[in-house]
Design a protein around this ligand. Sequence first.
Ligand code: FMN
Length: 391
Amino acid sequence: MVGMTADATLAPPMPGTLAIGPHTVSPPVVLAPMAGITNAPFRTLCREFSGGKGLFVSEMITTRALVERNEKTMHLIHFDATETPRSIQLYGVDPVTVGKAVRMIVDEDLADHIDLNFGCPVPKVTRKGGGSALPFKRNLLRAILREAVGNAGELPVTIKMRKGIDDDHLTYLDAGRIAVDEGVTAVALHGRTAAQHYGGTADWDAIARLKEHVPEIPVLGNGDIWCADDAVRMMRETGCDGVVVGRGCLGRPWLFGDLVAAFEPGGDRTPAAPDFGQVAVVMRRHAELLGRWIGDEARGVIDFRKHVPWYTKGFAVGSELRRALATASSLAELDDSLGALDHDQPWPAHADGPRGRTAAGKRVVLPDGWLDDPYTCAALSEDAEADTSGG
Ligand SMILES: Cc1cc2nc3c(=O)[nH]c(=O)nc-3n(C[C@H](O)[C@H](O)[C@H](O)COP(=O)(O)O)c2cc1C
């Protein structure tokens, strides 16, 4: 068992630099792709807190929609002019389409780094053999990676995956080896199986095992980093080369400031503890950035609504005010509600723990006979790329 030793927590943080192909990521901290969340405004906010340090991955983009130049998809791949390197996550199930999407990104200079999603556990994806179900079919995984890397030119291609379908069908070690064989630059492992969804705790031992298994390329650890101390601890305990941070930054984009501080010499791992007034300022900025990005203030404020419970988690907010925040449809309405919050309320320490999705999974839904043979598989149907909610 990877130790939760006092030593690891007390030891000084390690200096860290991560190479993703030509890109130096220092500190070795990556914003996890999160569908519906890690769009350009959210990445901007996180980068403002990190001083531009780290790597910030886009929402998941389906390769078919990209190749077909779907209007919404073309908007989703928008990067702020100051964003560098530009990092896109792709989701695809068909080697040829993945290859075309990667080629399009290269030819049209749409990004500087491509990550491939093999971690999505949602039934509508795994039912078709996509996401976290896909690495079980070793040859299909290999074919997709070959097309991706083969079309990527100088662009680094990384993959993000889960441990496997369930404890009886682990795939991450084979997938890591296939990734090395096919020239993938780095692998990220979310230490859960698809069956777990977001339940239980992430298995950091698996991250350590993957690191031993594929020493040739950087391994990024993912799962249950709620504060900067967790990030440092994961690196020390697993030997991974970098960390990928997801739910911990929902409603807490300043976590990236904490992460940068923790990896600096002297490593300050004290979490930021903004009072409600300071949180309100960040909320306002987030909503405003969304409106500017969408090109419509009201739609920006409406999209922002889903972030309200995360930003306000643990603070005392009356039910009426909470409702007003969650139903605001203009910046003026949002300002009224934000102005009415008790700005002096200190950061609620108990809000530092888990947030976002935490539910355990049920059964992993798979195509008929999927587990009969890990190697062969018919081409996956086109609707395996129907729009998904990531994960
Ligand atoms: C709302 C939400 C959306 C997600 N979307 C994606 C996605 O599009 N692609 C992906 O690879 N992972 C996605 N994930 C999974 C995260 O990237 C990450 O692997 C997972 O949350 C575990 O990390 P954490 O414990 O730091 O949150 C999503 C997670 C959440 C909560």
